[in-house]
Design a protein around this ligand. Structure first.
Ligand code: PMP
Length: 394
């Protein structure tokens, strides 16, 4: 067989892909074990039946051919309205391209905004695919470290130190995996560094409807940022539509034109019946985002109540998103050792903090994606497992 390209060979790098515990749990499941999976960001509820009805109706009406590549005019316009209403920044359909999920938007914006070999900054901890997405797009990722003690908010000094010769900065608020939500002053500081170093900011806001404390603020609305920001949006998390692959990028018109060229020559956009279903959900279902978000808010409160009784395990504020970041350093184990031991002893699968970068070593990420009673049971089990371990190692 001839050689594969350097690009695909180097996508995953040498440091594993962080999914080892997840894969192990799936293997145990196949072999008959009953596993409580708190690993991936997949809702325990499926897409609402009214959205599926809209999808079906559109397809039955003949909308099964190639759809317009940057997206249907009506959906682009609705996304523009939504963004303008929520941010106050003038936004038109020409600032929007519809993409096959946020993931495709992340890849495409990096291709469009950086050259082969350019450095792209990522805030550590990061969503596990970020380094590999950047490598797939031809960039060289550089991590900006954060501290658990600062709630994983990047400091100006760390950002500035790393910004030299970089081309892009990828941020994510509300954050996966930490639940951190950047406030106005955090975003102002990030924007200052971006402007001083002439960086593009790619702002992944796919969890924008899941904020438990405070509010979601888009960096595109910070002064002088509109023309150097591309916002990634998606209906995966907000509308429990992960399988529909429906997202968007909001950016300056010139960027959208080039993203459209790129889409024309790569994925050819999103099926029309999926776009119609998305439009239906955005225009006809005013309460759906709240309904989809509510279980995570409730489960976060359940966990808070349980965890406060265990001094050896700490929960980061988790101000938004579907996950909890738990500090288990008091056990003397790192996140990988803890997750492996937990899986073996209790049949509970969580993600080690190390899967998301060095800054979250000694932590575990818990997805709040199972029913309340199971979640309560699992949280108790994780906490008592951690405290037994602490007692036996001290
Ligand atoms: N960004 C973040 C931070 C995510 O957690 C995810 C999915 N887990 C995505 C982007 C991609 O989402 P999608 O492609 O389904 O829109």
């Amino acid at each position: 067989m001839p050689q594969l390209s350097e690009r695909v060979i180097s996508i995953t790098g040498t440091d594993g892909d962080g999914w080892e515990i997840f894969n192990l749990a799936r293997e145990m499941k196949i072999n008959g074990a009953e596993i409580i999976e708190l690993t991936i960001g997949e809702h325990d509820d499926t897409t609402h039946s009214l959205i599926l009805d809209a999808m079906h109706k559109s397809a039955r009406e003949g909308n099964t051919g190639y759809a317009s590549v940057p997206g249907t005019k009506s959906l682009r316009q609705e996304v523009a309205n939504r963004v303008q209403t929520r941010t106050g920044i003038h936004t038109t359909a020409n600032n929007v391209i519809i993409t096959p999920g946020g993931q495709a938007g992340l890849f495409a914006t990096h291709v469009a905004l950086a050259n082969q070999g350019d450095t792209g900054l990522i805030i550590d901890p990061f969503y596990a695919t970020y380094p590999t997405t950047l490598r797939s797009a031809g960039l060289s990722p550089r991590m900006v470290k954060t501290m658990p003690e600062d709630n994983f908010i990047p400091s100006v000094s760390e950002l500035t130190k790393n910004a030299k010769n970089a081309k892009t900065l990828l941020i994510n608020s509300p954050n996966n995996p930490t639940g951190t939500v950047y406030d106005k002053s955090n975003l102002f500081e990030i924007s200052k560094v971006a402007i001083e170093n002439d960086l593009w900011v790619i702002s992944d806001e796919v969890y924008d409807t899941q904020v438990w404390v405070g509010e979601h603020i888009s960096i595109r609305s910070v002064a002088n940022m509109e023309n150097r920001t591309a916002v990634i949006g998606s209906m995966s998390k907000s509308h429990a539509m992960t399988g529909s692959r429906l997202g968007w990028v909001v950016a300056p018109e010139q960027v959208i034109e080039k993203l459209s060229d790129l889409a024309c020559n790569t994925n050819y956009g999103v099926p029309g019946f999926i776009q119609d279903a998305g439009l239906y959900a955005l225009t006809q279902m005013p309460n759906i985002e709240k309904t989809v978000a509510e279980p995570f808010s409730r489960r976060r409160e359940i966990a808070q109540k349980i965890i406060k009784d265990y001094p050896d395990i700490k929960m980061h504020p988790s101000l938004g998103g579907m996950y909890l970041m738990l500090d288990i350093r008091e056990t003397g184990l790192n996140g990988i050792e803890f997750s492996k031991a937990l899986l073996e002893a209790k049949n509970i699968a969580v993600m080690p903090g190390e899967s998301f970068g060095e800054s979250s070593a000694g932590h575990i990420r818990v997805a709040m994606t199972i029913s309340d009673d199971k979640f309560e049971y699992a949280t108790h089990s994780i906490c008592s497992f951690a405290s037994n371990f602490t007692t036996s190692t001290n």
